[in-house]
Design a protein around this ligand. Sequence first.
Ligand SMILES: [Zn+2]
Length: 300
Amino acid sequence: MELTFGYIMFWVCIIGLCCGSFYNVVILRSLNDESIVFPPSKCPKCNHKLYWWHNIPVISYILLRGKCYFCHEKISIQYPFIELLTMAMFALTYIKFGFEIKTLFVMFWISCLIIMTTTDFKAKLVDCNIAIIMAISGIVYAFINNGLQGLWYSFLGILAGVIIIEAVARLGYIFAGTRAMGEADSYVAGALGAIAGIFNIIPVLLYALFAAMIFIIPMYLYKSYKNNEKKVCILMILFLLSVAFFKSVNQSLVSLAVLMILGILLAFSVIKSMKRESELTYLPYVPALSCAALYFIMSM
Ligand SMILES: [Zn+2]
């Protein structure tokens, strides 16, 4: 039988759903520090062992109407979301790269990014072993593609990624008396360095900075509003308004000066809030790094 595009795509989607289902287990158990293989699936609320038909990706969620069969506790939307996301990313990878060895590597990297991003979002916790495995696979891929030279560039990429992010993280000690980023961010940057190599790691980190802005702005507004940090919130809004004003209405030196003053005031009030260890301290760097990595990997 001929392997048509549609036939392979069908199986890619099924495998994506099943992998996504497995990643949900990895996410849940790495947050609870449990073994991935050993205990059978159970409801996190009532601990009741699940039947086989409670574990079918997406379909079980719909059949159970998003509730546990036994205790009727709501099942997190995270489960079908991760399954569908993994399926979609696997399908995109197959469309983009076809039936190649590269496709497998890309699927593996995307899987690692999905797991680390989710645990970071949920509990500000990232399993650094996943980043290490990702870095090793990046080196192997570079070696397969470009031999010893690829291996060397990949290794230098790891060094550059770790050094740059560590430097930024430690700058936090000077300005805010605390690390500006978590340790996991350095591991993830190292893994991206292995995949991107020494010549591409800096653009990837710049994409990440850009992605972080997109995440951070709405999150900051929401959190500063919720935590009654009025000064940060007002400065943020003024800063955004002046950026919009500068971009679209008036590009004079005066409006640039206003923009810069607001930017500096905003930076200081953010640093002050970091010193107070308010909730604003957490910045979603791993999700930002993941977005940048995804953009880079898909255009590789
Ligand atoms: Zn239950």
